[in-house]
Design a protein. Structure first.
Length: 187
């Protein structure tokens, strides 16, 4: 049996001072842009704070998902409303969160790992989505399974889109109101 090895590819367009250290091949936060000097320093930090934030957030999100799952039951051939609701609402919230932390507020460096990867990653459950589809097919409800499969994907994508658009619109409206208030007070 052939032995396989995994090599870490370092992009050649990066300067040598950006290459990962031998003891730290991958960033703890995959959103680190190695071309941005302001983000590069994240690679030098111990990943334990980021991993800790993700773990605590993930535990909170998983508990919330469990609570929804125990409150809303589905029959073996019924539509899995709990998983559907969790995934769609989680996608909506990730759209809202990403606008808030990338366009509105420069928050603490652990906000995105805690809320985005941790809480919302633990809350949403696309693995259970797949198990639900398999359960429905095995129970003879292929039509429900297909409807659930398509509805979840389309609804999740729409939810992210709406989360982003509505949050941007709300922030624009708040900025306009603040500007009008400032003008009103100065006149």
């Amino acid at each position: 049996m052939a032995e396989t090895t995994t090599e870490h590819h370092v992009p050649t367009d990066l300067s040598p001072d950006v290459a990962p250290r031998a003891d730290h091949h991958l960033p703890a936060d995959s959103d680190v842009d190695l071309h941005d000097p302001g983000q590069r320093h994240e690679l030098d930090r111990a990943p334990w704070t980021v991993l800790g934030a993700i773990a605590v957030g993930g535990a909170l999100g998983a508990v919330a998902r469990y609570a929804v799952g125990t409150a809303v039951h589905a029959a073996p051939t019924g539509f899995p409303w709990a998983t559907y609701g969790v995934n769609v609402s989680g996608c909506l919230l990730i759209g809202v969160l990403m606008v808030l932390i990338t366009e509105v507020v420069a928050g603490h460096r652990l906000v995105r790992p805690f809320l985005g990867v941790g809480v919302l990653g633990g809350f949403t459950t696309f693995s259970t989505y797949v198990v639900d589809i398999q359960r429905l097919v095995n129970a003879g409800a292929a039509g429900t399974a297909l409807g659930y499969l398509v509805a979840t994907v389309l609804s999740a994508l729409l939810a992210v889109y709406l989360g982003v658009r509505v949050t941007r619109a709300a922030m624009t409206a708040l900025t306009s109101l603040s500007a009008r208030d400032a003008e009103g007070q100065s006149s």
